[in-house]
Design a protein. Structure first.
Ligand code: UDP
Length: 453
């Protein structure tokens, strides 16, 4: 816990108000509310504008003011979201929220001045609203810094661009990785989303990243060169405040009691985040892969994440008998606490950025099965740059999966675990006084305070 960088007592207000606007998905809500808590301890008053869809649990944040706006989603066909519809839904909300957001923000400004708007970078419509209200806008980008140059290549429309953008690490990316970034999940609406995000981020007054400079130095330098605005990689936010209070689903704490009974570094933790979906056949192969590995596992199967099933109906016959006490399946886990548990040996992940970072911070090696967006980039960094993970195609057959998992847990794992621990050390250093993340947070506060009112 790095409260050393923050005040632990009730902060002294600097009388500045900030409006924060999270994108309504778990992987975006967590970092935004953590950032809100960080800035609150620096003396800012926090107002959160949120959509009706996936609204955060306000009772966990009595110190903040909340205002909700209608997102129009319930009136659209996008009521239920999955990877096929996410791009479309975000583009849709970037239109449907223009009016309610503008009205809400203008009303707030009538009461008292606001120093700055901090919006998710994927809320690209907010730049022109901020301009029209003569308000500064800073964006928070909840993914890795390294995905920005790859997305830029997408905007430029030149797939070879990224190889020159940040030569060393990203040249490691394979054609298949790039294909996944651009085409994985659903291609529909992806270009509109990414192009607008990049364009409106460049028009903002700064970018906040949930990472630290030493982890992704080439990307940091590339972004500093290409974007004419300051970047603030202020460190893994969850090192300041846990993500549990902004969890949209209830975290099943029985998983920790189960872990307490397992030997040190013996358990594979399996989770593919809050959005990823899979087909029944893929789910069956995963189940048999885990069974064949003969390892202990804690598996998060989110209700509705397997197509055609409510929860575990698709588990193959004979699986439970084969696995017995060796496996524990839950709907949603207290992930940070799980990763910090001594029983965890490795993390089989989709490499969403929050999951990747949470794993790094606990020194846990990864089995990487990325799907789309920034995940293939994060996974490539984990395997080829930091060398704390192995790539495993989710479409792999059960026999190979079983062998791979066993190999990581028994052989390759120990070296990766050592490297992972030294990365964990780097995170800690960067957040101490004199470290880069510590300095970046100070710079961010100075930058906001330099805005008028
Ligand atoms: N998470 C959790 N419990 C779970 C699975 C995930 O609390 O069982 C949290 C996890 O700690 C992370 C977030 O959900 O903070 C997932 O974000 P990520 O960027 O990894 O993936 P996304 O859900 O955006 O695909």
């Amino acid at each position: 816990n790095h409260e050393s960088a923050l005040e632990t007592v009730e902060p002294r207000s600097n009388n500045r108000r900030l409006v924060l606007f999270p994108l309504p998905f778990q992987g975006h809500i967590n970092p935004m509310l953590q950032l809100a808590s960080i800035l609150y301890t620096k003396g800012f008053k926090i107002i959160i504008i949120h959509t009706d869809f996936n609204s955060p649990n306000q009772s966990n944040y009595p110190q903040f003011t909340f205002r909700s706006i209608s997102d129009g989603l319930s009136k659209s066909k996008d009521g239920s979201l999955n990877l096929e519809t996410t791009n479309h839904a975000i583009n849709f909300m970037n239109k449907s929220c223009i009016e309610p957001f503008t009205v809400c923000l203008a009303k707030l400004l009538e009461v008292e001045p606001v120093t700055c708007l901090i919006s998710d970078a994927l809320w690209y419509f907010t730049q022109s609203v901020a301009d029209s209200l003569k308000l500064k806008r800073i964006v928070i980008r909840t993914s890795s810094m390294s995905c920005i140059p790859v997305y830029e290549a997408f905007v430029v429309g030149e797939k070879s661009y990224f190889k020159t953008a940040i030569k060393e690490e990203l040249a490691l990316m394979t054609e298949k990785d790039i294909e996944k970034v651009y085409k994985g999940g659903s291609e529909k609406g992806k270009e509109e989303l990414i192009c607008n995000m990049i364009k409106e981020t460049k028009a903002a007054s700064g970018i906040i990243f949930n990472t630290f400079k030493e982890l992704e130095e080439p990307a940091f330098l590339a972004i500093s060169q290409d974007f004419q605005i300051p970047s603030f990689p202020i460190g893994p936010f969850h090192k300041y405040f846990p993500a549990s209070s902004s969890s949209l689903l209830e975290q099943d704490r029985s998983s920790i009691l189960w872990l307490d009974k397992q030997p040190v570094s013996s358990v594979v933790y399996v989770s593919f985040g809050s959005i990823a979906q899979m087909g029944e056949a893929e789910f069956t192969e995963m189940a048999w892969g885990l069974a064949n590995s003969k390892q202990r596992f804690l598996w998060v199967v989110r209700p509705g994440s397997v197509s055609g099933s409510q929860w575990l109906e698709s588990l193959p016959k004979g699986f439970k008998e084969e696995v017995g006490e060796r496996g524990c399946i839950v709907k949603w886990a207290p992930q940070q606490e799980v990763l910090a548990h001594q029983a965890i040996g490795c993390f089989w992940t989709h490499n969403g950025w929050n999951s990747t970072l949470e794993s790094i911070c606990e020194g846990v090696p990864m089995i990487c099965s990325p799907c789309s967006y920034d995940q293939p980039i994060n996974a490539r960094y984990a395997t080829d740059v930091w060398k704390i993970g192995v790539m495993m195609d989710k479409k792999m057959k059960r026999e190979e999966t079983g062998i791979s998992i066993k190999c990581i847990m028994e052989k390759e794992g120990s070296e990766m675990r050592e490297r992972s621990k030294s990365l964990q050390e780097k995170v800690n250093q960067s957040m101490q006084k004199g470290g880069s993340a510590y300095q970046s947070l100070d710079d961010l506060v100075d930058c906001i305070l330099s805005f008028s009112c």
